[in-house]
Structure formats: structure tokens, C-alpha cells
Design a protein around this ligand. Sequence first.
Ligand SMILES: Cc1cc2nc3c(=O)[nH]c(=O)nc-3n(C[C@H](O)[C@H](O)[C@H](O)COP(=O)(O)OP(=O)(O)OC[C@H]3O[C@@H](n4cnc5c(N)ncnc54)[C@H](O)[C@@H]3O)c2cc1C
Length: 336
Amino acid sequence: MVLTMSGGVLSVMEINEEDNSLDNTSFELLEAGGVLSKEAGTTISAAIIGRKASHHADNVARYVDRVYVVEHEALASFNPYLHLHALEKVLKLEGPSYILMGHTYKGVDIAARLAARLKAPLTTDCIGLELDPQTRLLKRRRQVYGGAVIATFIYQGEPQLVTLRPKVWRGRAEPRQVMGDIIQVDLDINSSASKLRVIERVKEEAVRLDDADVIVSGGRGLGGPDGFKELEKLRSALAKGFKKVEIGSSRPPVDKGWISSSRQVGLTGEKVSPMIYIAVGISGATQHIVGMEKSKLVVAINSDKGAPIFTMADIGAVGDYRQILPSFIKKLEELL
Ligand SMILES: Cc1cc2nc3c(=O)[nH]c(=O)nc-3n(C[C@H](O)[C@H](O)[C@H](O)COP(=O)(O)OP(=O)(O)OC[C@H]3O[C@@H](n4cnc5c(N)ncnc54)[C@H](O)[C@@H]3O)c2cc1C
């Protein structure tokens, strides 16, 4: 995507899905964006994306020159593809030179995707921002070496993209005398050009993984929701020999709507310590490992023999899970 830059600042608001409130981070982004727009002598705009986004339009318009509102039923729960698509629609209209997002689960996810799409320099988790008056580039301050040092990063290129650590800014932007313009943006998910599908969210379940004896977890490598049906067969076989056997997941299947988020294991999911953890089609990213590294025995099934999960697995099987699982299940049925 190529943008025509306006020189302005865009703060991307965040909505809490549970109660449709505007997250506190949003006010911090308005404050930081307001300071930056003054330093740069330019305008500030805001994007609100969500199922009831227009509910917040008047409030946010008190702090900015323009508010872009993208409202659609499909935005009720976080879907990175759809939220990115919505934000790109705003960017095409506004063409900001500076984009500020919250360093939150959603903000980081979208910012990373956006940086790749725009080939824009991104710094995450910033605790300070300053404009270089000569170059008009952002000086981005963030902690490095586990917080021992605060480093300043400067990158060429536009737009300048950052995520800001929550609670560093006070969230006390000054409301203005005159409200900014409110611009409604059509999400346009039905157009063939967008090539986007709305993901039907699976029903959320109240599941406890922390007391499971065995967890059979599936990742992106399952290839789709049907992969979890295969895992269910393995779960049933194991349930004959163990008290509590549950299905778990890495994050991609949750993001894709294949399985309930209550089954996600990892940094932003559950931390588990079962007797046996079976990872099927999971690569072994750090954010997943931190959630299951306390398992007593780890079994990994992966088609890539170089997958990082094998470095911490006690037992590994290299190959397509569709070929491995049937014989594995058969053996278990004989044994249990
Ligand atoms: C802030 C933040 C928080 C995060 N929190 C979490 C978290 O809580 N939990 C989490 O899991 N992730 C989390 N992530 C995401 C994490 O970084 C990884 O992207 C994610 O864990 C990768 O999931 P995966 O292993 O299922 O997918 P991939 O990394 O895409 O791996 C898929 C694997 O499947 C294998 N495969 C493909 N086809 C087959 C087949 N037919 N048979 C067998 N194997 C196959 C591939 O070889 C590959 O190794 C987070 C990321 C961020 C930025």
C-alpha cells in the first residue's frame, strides 16, 4: 500500500470489547499525539474502529481535528485482518506521517502487520517520543537490555510508526473549543476487491486448562478447524487412561476463529503444567513456550524437523500430523 502523506499525526483508539468503553490507552494516545502535532505544527486525527465506534466519535472529536469512524458488526471482536483492513481505509483518506498506537495485544499485532505492509519503520513499547525539528523524524525512546538502558531510535522513512507503553502518558489531553470533523468510513468487506472474509467466532467456552493431566494442543499447522476434530480423537483415546484431558491451542487458531480463546496457551493465554503436553503443528515460538514449559513431558508432532519446539520436546515425531495421528491413536487404544 502506498500513501500520500499529509504530514499529520494519527492516534489509533482502542475499544474494550466487553463493555464497548474507550480504553484508557486511547486518551494517552490523544495526549501524546496532541503534543507531537504541536511540535510538528501539524494536525492530529484519530481512528475509532469497532462495532459501536460512532458511540465515541463526539467525545474523541473534542481532542482532534478529524475523527475517522469505522463501524461494523464484524468488528465486534478483534480480528487482526479486518482491523488492519479498516485502518488501511483510514490511512488512505488521511495519509498521516506519524501513526501512534497502544502497546497492547491488539496494538502490537496491527502495528507489526502495518509496518510490513507500508515498509514503515516501527518502534514498539516506546516510553518517550520527541520530534527532531530539523529532520522531522521521531526520536523514539524505549528500554533495552531488560530495562537496564534507555535507548533512542531514529529511523528514516514515512509514515513513522510507534506503539506507546500504556500508563507512561497521563491520558490528560486538553479538550479543544471547537470539535473536530467526524468522518464515517465504510468498511466495505463485501467488495470482491477486499478479498476479506468475516471470521465467524466460535462460541466461547468456560474451560480450565490449569488442572488438566494431559493437554493436546493444536497450532496453525492443523490447517483449519477440522484439524481440531482429529485432535479430539486423540483426546478421547487419552481420556481412557487419564482423569482430565483437554484440548489446547496456540494463538493463530484462536485469531482465525478455529477454536475458543479460553483454550489458548502462552504469554497471552493460559500458563499450564500438565503431566503430558502434546503440541501438534506448533512451531514453538517463545510466546507459546512460556505457557507450557512447566509440563512434565512434552511431545511434539511437526512436519519441519528444524521447528524450535523440538529443542524442548522430550519426544518428537517429524511428519504430517494427518499421517502420524491415526497410528498414534491406535497404539494408545491398545495400551489404555
Ligand atoms: C504480544 C504477543 C503475544 C502472543 N501470545 C501468544 C500466546 O499466548 N500463545 C501463542 O501460542 N502465541 C502467542 N503469540 C504468537 C507467537 O509469537 C507465534 O506467532 C505463535 O505461537 C505461532 O503459532 P503456531 O506455532 O501455531 O504457528 P506457526 O509458527 O505458523 O507454526 C506452525 C507449525 O506447524 C507446522 N506444520 C505445518 N503443517 C503441518 C502438518 N501438516 N503437520 C504437522 N506440522 C505442520 C509447521 O512446520 C510450523 O512449525 C503472541 C505474539 C505476540 C506478539
